[in-house]
Design a protein around this ligand. Structure first.
Ligand SMILES: Nc1nc2c(c(=O)[nH]1)N[C@H]1C(S)=C(S)[C@@H](COP(=O)(O)OP(=O)(O)OC[C@H]3O[C@@H](n4cnc5c(N)ncnc54)[C@H](O)[C@@H]3O)O[C@H]1N2
Ligand code: MOO
Length: 401
């Protein structure tokens, strides 16, 4: 069996970098991956301006109790005449600093009457002036290629006057569920049947990563049906994710179906729990990841093993999110010959230590553990662990993003 870290690394390298680019407007850019490094087109801010509502002066003109004539009022967006030495300019947050002025005094430290202003507190020369280019200089890197565009990046682009941005084409994912026991939600269900939760779950997981669940198909446990579905997905998607039918049962037909399509199996069985029966195949130049059918296994394996591959294929700079640490809080002891990823809630105690509380039922079919969990705690194989032990923590907020 492969160890977890090796399998994760191999899987993350199993697909090509993105090759298709497109241009989208800022309104469509959220969650997209920047395809080119962009540079500032001009200094930001473009000119010295005031950080406060107040008065611009030459620091040298200040003397305690001395009144300065208010030469002009400059609002944000106005042009400003050069400052007459010995006078003051009334201005506001964002107003241009007149040539000749070097310091802004907050209005709370001033009294204005009869066209004159008196400053009550000695100013520090240069205070409250936002300098041209202090945020970003013309030509400096604004955003690196591979950045996921969030609200801050949208603001940075807009501040440079950009209304369109080059991004990688959305990664198209084909999802295939298998199993004769499954019924689509919304349909009537016989006692021996269960609803297909993995299909909608995987589509949601894919969408949550900014990729496109292009097709969500279901195949019966039947070689022909599987073959047909796999062909459709391979023809129209960058990656195929199948779920179920990948273990050792008599109806576990996914592996043979992939082999029949010329697929080369690259990986099979990982020393992790949940998620042992995991396979990777290259079929017609495309990666096909076969996830275990148990819903918790599919979810955890997607988070830990599939998302790095998708991030790399999306062209993202950050492929592996941070791994944190926490302290187990449990009244049981745990030990397994596979690395175990248990569902936990994370809470900081008053001293700031992350406490990881385990869900009481850790079975691979227990969906309620997923709706409850914040993340996965990693319990190393062949190690007895219990309350108070320090372990690695995979926060699903980051690992599913
Ligand atoms: N003799 C052995 N049996 C099993 C082994 C083993 O090593 N030897 N491994 C177990 C482990 S671990 C897992 S995980 C499962 C994985 O099996 P498969 O990937 O082949 O998945 P299935 O057998 O098709 O299904 C497993 C389970 O999940 C339910 N399921 C499947 N698809 C869906 C879906 N779309 N929505 C909701 N639920 C789904 C299915 O009904 C089964 O209950 O194998 C163990 N067995
Ligand atoms: O590995 Mo299975 O994924 O334990 O449930």
């Amino acid at each position: 069996m492969l160890d977890f870290d090796t399998a994760q690394r191999q899987l993350s390298e199993a697909g090509p970098a993105p090759s298709r680019q497109e241009t989208v407007t800022l309104g469509q850019a959220l969650g997209r991956v920047l395809a080119q490094t962009l540079h500032a087109r001009f200094d930001a801010p473009p000119a010295d301006n005031s950080a406060m509502d107040g008065y611009a002066i030459r620091a040298a003109d200040y003397a305690q109790g001395k009144a300065l004539r208010v030469q002009q009022r400059v609002f944000a967006g106005d042009e400003a005449a050069p400052l007459v030495p010995g006078q003051a300019t009334r201005l506001f947050t964002g107003s241009l600093i007149p040539d000749g002025a070097d310091t802004v005094v907050m209005q709370e430290h001033c009294n204005e009457a009869d066209g004159q202003v008196t400053i009550n507190t000695a100013p520090t020369p240069g205070q409250h002036v936002r300098r041209r280019g202090e945020d970003i200089a013309e030509g400096a890197v604004l955003l690196e290629a591979g950045t996921v565009i969030g609200a801050a990046q949208v603001a940075a682009l807009a501040s440079q006057g950009l209304h369109e941005v080059p991004v990688h084409a959305r990664l198209r994912i084909g999802i295939l569920t298998t199993g004769d026991e499954l019924v689509a939600p919304g349909q009537p269900r016989a006692t021996q049947q269960i609803y297909n939760s993995n299909g909608p779950m995987l589509a949601a997981l894919v969408a949550g990563m900014g990729a496109e669940p292009a097709h969500v198909l279901h195949a019966r446990d039947d070689a022909q049906d599987l073959d047909r579905a796999l062909r459709t997905l391979l023809a129209d998607c960058d990656v195929v994710i199948s779920v179920g039918g990948v273990s050792v049962g008599e109806k576990d037909l996914v592996k043979p179906a992939l082999e029949a399509l010329g697929g080369e199996l690259a990986l099979w069985k990982v020393r992790m729990k949940p998620g042992k029966p995991l396979a990777l195949a290259q079929v017609q130049g495309k990666p096909v990841v076969c996830l275990p059918g148990n819903p918790v296994s599919a979810y955890a394996v997607f988070a830990l093993m599939v998302t790095p591959l998708l991030r790399r294929m999306q062209g993202r700079a950050l492929v592996f999110p941070a791994i944190e640490r926490g302290v187990l809080q449990t009244d049981k002891r745990y030990r397994d010959d596979r690395e175990e990823f248990v569902r936990v809630q994370s809470e900081a105690d008053p001293a700031g230590t992350r406490r990881l509380r385990l869900y009481p039922q850790q079975g691979s079919g227990v969906l309620s553990s997923l709706t409850w969990a914040h993340g996965l705690a990693r319990l190393p194989a062949d190690t007895s662990l219990g309350n108070g032990d320090h372990v690695r923590y995979y926060d699903l907020k980051h690992w599913l993003a």
